[in-house]
Design a protein around this ligand. Sequence first.
Ligand code: ACM
Length: 245
Amino acid sequence: MRVGWVQNAPVRGDREGNLARVAALIAGHRADLWVLPELFATGYLMADREALAQLAEPVSDGPTTAFLQGLAVQHGCAFVAGVAESAPEGLFNAAVAVDASGPRAVYRKVHLFDTERRVFDPGTGPFPVVALAGARVGIMICFDWRFPEPARVLALAGAQVIAHPSNLVLPHCQAAMVTRALENGVFTVTANRVGAESVTGMSVAFTGASRIVAPDGRVLSDGPADRPAVAVVEIDPALDRKSVV
Ligand code: ACM
């Protein structure tokens, strides 16, 4: 199985441009499963809930899911990608798993980070594991890395690969993912973004360095810290090591 990350630099609010740049980034690369960053189509910082509501979309039939499904059909691949979700129950920092048949699973971020709590509603789980692109793929989002439980729950639910859309701002996650992979015997794919954003009173810089880690803790891929990039590695998801942990 070929699994890859896309590291983009979204322009806040420019969904059309952000999607087009992702399509250009993966053109010419072949992966069975691509992981994209958290909120990859909208950007991260929302001034207030109204600003988020303007950008959020349904994951069942919104433009980002339709875009990913179109690419999945075109390239014969699947995606796990961060989406600003509007739903009757609220506004969520979500990740959607999409293949050529459409959306296959949705996860709403449980551990909202810092100012995200002002605008997003927290997810309540479960952490999903979905059969995707030939593997059992678990989903968590960014700050979920800070706690051992999400990755553990996913591994216990059968995940072989953890897809981890991220917009990282703290320095420790990339290193911690070696532990998350090792302690749970799973592959992890962290897709981070680069660039910086600010709105009144808030500014953040993102750390890039997207990373794939094997169940034995080997780092299979490390992205640059400062520019958009993609990488693909070949893995055998059956080589997860849950029988020994
Ligand atoms: C984060 O959870 N986006 C830091």
